[in-house]
Design a protein around this ligand. Structure first.
Ligand code: LLP
Length: 421
């Protein structure tokens, strides 16, 4: 459920008509709903009630300061994957003890920054990373809290580009080698081994792969404890999917996911961390764009809009489906016509949908891409020197621009001319 509904014939974000925001900000823009962000965070928090837990929002999904602040105020921790995300989390007021640092290629500088500013744990992904983190911590006279990310060799049954839990993927340490690597970590004086980490992929629409992974983590936890490690924390990653095509998708609910965690891992008495990104932010955001032209092609009509692949890359990159709806509510029973929905970028890949059935649209009409709040604005670029797409946050009847559209001058002036030119 989200808070983008038609009222009086107009799509609203909470109490605000999207046409009003479009008038103030121009198009395209991202629009987020505070109530939806809040609701989705709470769903996870409540799903783990009774277990000691921390929901660490995977900031990579949408990392605007205003979004992080909104979630942090509800008690969220953060999952960060770069020095930049760490700095963003701290700038938004998230205390270090609520930040977990993930990622397969952490640098020495990132380790130093997180150790200096405070960190809940590093999720370590390789043996060389263990050695480097140990060295950095010792240089600073500290001990770094760590988990080791294990790769359980489970098929997440999702798009190949976002599956991470198979042995051929670059992530984690093969679970079969975990005991050996934990023994090595425990011998390093700059490290404090606190738990186990796993993340098998994103946009999972079935609980079975989670079950397989978490059962393996439960078995491993028993073995590691028998080996003498004080495993007190389990980080279970993110990955729960959302319904992109609302008419025919119904992925599992956070409550069902929570029940699975309880069932597979509850008996271990560990503190549970989860790192959801998409399910928190995805349906809390829309991309709003304006129709520029309707062009008749050979056997098809193109709806040419002012949003493009640089603003929302998911269709081009993952063949992702986003529902696209008119902002003006179509009359009941309105005739539907097929459109190829495309942007202005000079690539055929700049296509959002093919033969999509939609009510008839005209130049000037606004359309909204649903479920665009996660991996939307954060993956945007200025390709074709199109200004980085702005972001707006709505809270009941108020809205605020939380990232402004840069001017052409701002964009151009980021370049510098070398002396010889
Ligand atoms: N934890 C780790 C270690 C991750 O790598 C990810 C996502 C998450 C948590 C959050 O997963 P989520 O709950 O959002 O599924 N750009 C792609 C998705 C990439 C996901 C990368 N890792 C897309 O647009 O579909």
């Amino acid at each position: 459920m989200d808070h983008f509904l038609y009222r009086h014939g107009q799509l609203h974000a909470e109490e605000v008509p999207l046409t009003e925001i479009a008038q103030a900000v121009g198009t395209p823009f991202y629009c987020y709903s505070t109530a939806t962000l809040t609701r989705h965070f709470r769903l996870f928090d409540e799903a783990l009630e009774g277990l000691e837990h921390l929901v660490c929002y995977a900031m990579k999904a949408a990392s605007n300061q205003a979004i992080i602040r909104t979630l942090a105020a509800l008690g969220a921790g953060m999952d960060v994957v770069s020095g930049g995300e760490y700095a963003r989390a701290r700038a938004a007021g998230v205390p270090g003890e609520r930040i977990v640092f993930s990622g397969v290629g952490k640098t020495r500088d990132e380790m130093r920054a997180a150790l200096a500013g405070g960190v809940r744990q590093f999720n370590v992904e390789s043996e060389p990373e263990l050695d480097l983190l140990n060295a950095v911590a010792l240089e600073m006279g500290l001990r770094a809290p760590i988990t080791i990310r294990v790769n359980p060799d489970v098929d997440a049954r999702t798009h190949a580009k976002i599956a991470t839990g198979k042995s051929e993927n670059k992530f984690g340490i093969p679970i079969g080698r975990a005991r050996e690597v934990y023994a090595r970590a425990a011998a390093l004086p700059g490290l404090d081994v606190v738990g186990v980490d796993v993340h098998i992929g994103s946009q999972l629409t079935d609980l079975e792969p989670f079950r397989q992974a978490y059962e393996k983590v439960a078995d491993l936890t028993g073995l590691l404890r028998a080996d003498g490690h004080d495993i007190r924390r389990l980080d279970l990653g993110g990955g729960l999917g959302i319904p992109y095509a609302r008419s025919n998708e119904a992925p599992p609910l956070p409550t069902e996911y929570g029940a699975l965690i309880r069932e597979t891992l509850g008996h271990l008495g560990c503190e549970i961390e989860i790192e959801p990104g998409r399910l928190v932010a995805g349906n809390a955001g829309l991309l709003v764009s304006r129709v520029l032209y309707v062009k008749s092609g050979e056997g098809r009509d193109f709806l040419i809009i002012d949003g493009a692949m640089n603003d929302l890359i998911r269709p081009a990159m993952y063949d992702a489906h986003h529902d696209i709806v008119p902002v003006n509510e179509p009359p009941p029973g309105a005739e539907q016509v097929p459109y190829d929905v495309v942007g202005p970028v000079c690539e055929t890949g700049d296509t959002f949908a093919r033969a999509r059935m939609m009510p008839e649209l005209s130049p000037g009409d606004l359309v909204a891409f649903r479920s665009a709040g996660a991996y939307g604005a954060v993956m945007a670029s200025e390709y074709n020197t199109r200004p980085l797409v702005p972001e707006v946050l709505v809270n009941e009847h108020q809205f605020a621009v939380i990232r402004a559209r840069p001017t052409f001058d701002e964009m151009i002036n980021r370049d510098t001319i070398p002396r010889w030119l």
